[in-house]
Design a protein around this ligand. Sequence first.
Ligand code: UP5
Ligand code: MG
Length: 196
Amino acid sequence: HINKKVTVVFVLGGPGSGKGTQCANIVKHFGYTHLSAGDLLRAEQNSGSENGAMIKNVIKEGRIVPSEVTVKLLQRAMEQSANDKFLIDGFPRNQENRAAQENRAAFESVIGIEPEFVLFFDCSEEEMQKRILNRNQGREDDNMETIRKRFRTYIESSLPVIEYYNSKGKVRKIDATKPVEEVFEAVKDVFAPLND
Ligand code: UP5
Ligand code: MG
């Protein structure tokens, strides 16, 4: 596991709910390092890794990459950073991810860190779909067929993880349907007390 004392915030919410956008704002204002599990997986896919074809296929199908792969990428990124405060964006996404994250013995190296809290961007499916279709950054999962699959995976697999953390009093829910600046005002209210 990670050998330094670190603060971790999980940033969760549906596809296109604004996780990446708000993480960029949090980095600027509060000095966290942003680790997007999806970005790390896309980079791994493009690096010629032996897992590349598998990752590409899983993302195209809107399913979830096996925890071992994602956990190792997150772990490596945290170890390579000099920072001790991390936003982990888009992970854990299912119960298997969560168990792997919590269980120090499950893999050779796991994160094993209890999050400070879980920032949850709550957004309507209609709005998320509109945002993704407008994004135009060439992501292979930003097409209607994959978007439908991503929404289904989110409801079936990811919402139960958010429910789990909610039952532990860890969730800070944000209305993410509003404009970017208004969402960030609400986000600031969650982070400000930590910096006092
Ligand atoms: N936008 C943002 N906020 C807005 C606002 N308030 N008002 C209007 N527009 C707003 O935003 C999306 C778009 O909306 C942007 O154009 C933005 O300008 C605009 P963004 O900030 O990118 O939203 P985000 O929630 O980050 O959307 P993203 O598409 O990245 O979320 P996903 O959760 O779908 O994608 P991710 O990259 O996390 O995962 C992709 C795939 O990787 C998954 O489907 C899965 O197959 C795989 N994966 C795993 O298998 N395991 C993991 O642990 C993680 C990913
Ligand atoms: Mg994102």
